[in-house]
Design a protein around this ligand. Structure first.
Ligand SMILES: *Cc1c(COP(=O)(O)O)cnc(C)c1O
Length: 395
């Protein structure tokens, strides 16, 4: 067999005839009960229940197995657990590897609900969280305690977009036998290969680019040999499962992930370049730009970027930002991202979400998701937005 390039894998991954029954796409197999014709069959299914045998709905059907195979082929690792959303994937992965009295290291630029989970649920269970600066590098060594069990990364970070030195952090964590988890949502399964950079468990909010059409919530966690069995069994015990319909849509989204990301990338680079030259903009926080912390790690480790980035403005206030945002024609306001459509939101106080890596930004931050529209239309929309912003600021 020839070597498969990434583009080919995106098209072929998970399409074993065993799951698809020779259709191009796996049928939507909905199930709670699986019925057996004989005691022997039932015993066989029970013995193989952790290894993609039809057993009980919560363990998945052929639709799930096809998607799980595809994720492992694209991201690496040995097994993929699926969850009803990205947040469930994050919380279940962490819960699978901590007990009362343990300590975890959490990146300070983490997705806000992950932080809330640590502060409100882990804390209650007697698991302590230390937040670390995303750019800490070798310094992570000083934060590891005898009871530390998990190092959690998110690269690039949410909103502020710092790119982490994943290989260095993973290497040090492994010297102390920690489990390294990465929220790999920004890269999707194709722009960063987690297992080649030392990660043990790679998490995706499939809700974002995998589904790609803003209509399904889904999460995945892919694990290596070391962590798979524990992750799989703990997630199952936590009752984590998903509908075959949602998995079908994720699988359908996956087939166009490569071409969609290329277009998101091209559009976002064009819009970010234009923004970088605007006098209203202090700096661009896009991993592909030098002005983004960790840009050198982006260049070293990533295959490409996508539509999501932020910019920091020189000045602004709530009234001016409202004028900008309320008048947008092509950008909607929304908290999620990863669909085909462009989105924008403002953040006036990023430090309320940071413990150790506080920022001294010149002005408010805009986070943009650049969709598949014409970049020129989006730029024209932003230009009119800046006119509204300036009209208020110069009053
Ligand atoms: C959206 C997001 C999540 C959570 O995904 P849901 O499916 O909405 O729960 C987790 N991590 C990152 C980086 C995200 O952007």
């Amino acid at each position: 067999m020839g070597k498969k390039s990434l583009e080919t894998k995106i098209v072929t991954a998970g399409r074993s005839a065993k799951w698809t029954q020779s259709l191009v796409n796996p049928p939507v197999s909905r199930a709670s009960t699986i019925v057996f014709e004989s005691v022997k069959e039932m015993k066989q299914a029970t013995a193989n229940r952790k290894n993609k045998a039809l057993f009980y709905g919560r363990r998945g059907t052929n639709t799930h197995f096809a998607f799980q195979d595809a994720m492992v082929e694209l991201e690496g690792g040995v097994g993929c657990a699926v969850y009803p959303c990205g947040t469930a994937a994050i919380t279940s992965a962490i819960l699978s590897f901590v007990k009362a009295g343990d300590h975890i290291l959490m990146v300070d630029g983490v997705y806000e609900p992950t932080r809330d989970f640590c502060d409100k649920i882990l804390d209650k269970m007697g698991v302590e969280t230390t937040y670390y600066d995303p750019m800490i590098g070798e310094g992570i060594r000083d934060l590891i305690k005898p009871n530390t069990t998990v190092l959690f990364l998110e690269s690039p970070c949410s909103i502020t977009m710092e790119v982490q030195d994943v290989p260095t952090l993973s290497r040090i964590a492994h010297e102390h036998d920690l489990v390294v988890m990465l929220d790999n949502t920004w890269a999707s399964p194709i722009n960063f290969q987690p297992f080649e950079h030392g990660v043990d468990i790679s998490i995706q909010a499939a809700t974002k680019y995998i589904v790609g059409h803003s209509d399904v919530m889904l999460g995945t966690a892919v694990a290596n040999e070391r962590c798979w069995e524990q992750l799989q069994e703990n997630s199952y015990l936590l009752g984590q499962c998903t509908s075959a319909d949602d998995i079908y849509l994720a699988m359908r989204g996956l087939r166009t992930l490569g071409v969609r990301l290329k277009q998101h990338e091209q559009n976002s680079l064009k819009v970010a370049q234009w923004l970088a030259e605007r006098e209203e903009v202090d700096h661009v926080r896009h991993p592909a730009f030098e002005s983004c912390e960790g840009h050198e790690f982006y260049k070293r480790d990533f295959k490409g970027c996508n539509g999501l980035f932020s910019v920091v403005l020189n000045r602004g206030n709530t009234e001016a930002l409202t004028a900008l945002l309320d008048g947008m024609e092509h950008f909607s306001m929304g908290y999620s991202w990863g669909g085909f459509e462009s989105l924008i939101l403002a953040n006036e106080n990023i430090n309320s979400l940071r413990t150790v890596a506080k920022k001294d930004f010149a002005g408010p931050l805009l986070r943009l998701h650049i969709g598949l529209e014409s970049a020129d239309d989006l730029i024209a929309d932003l230009e009119r937005g800046f006119e509204r912003l300036n009209a208020v600021l110069n009053k």
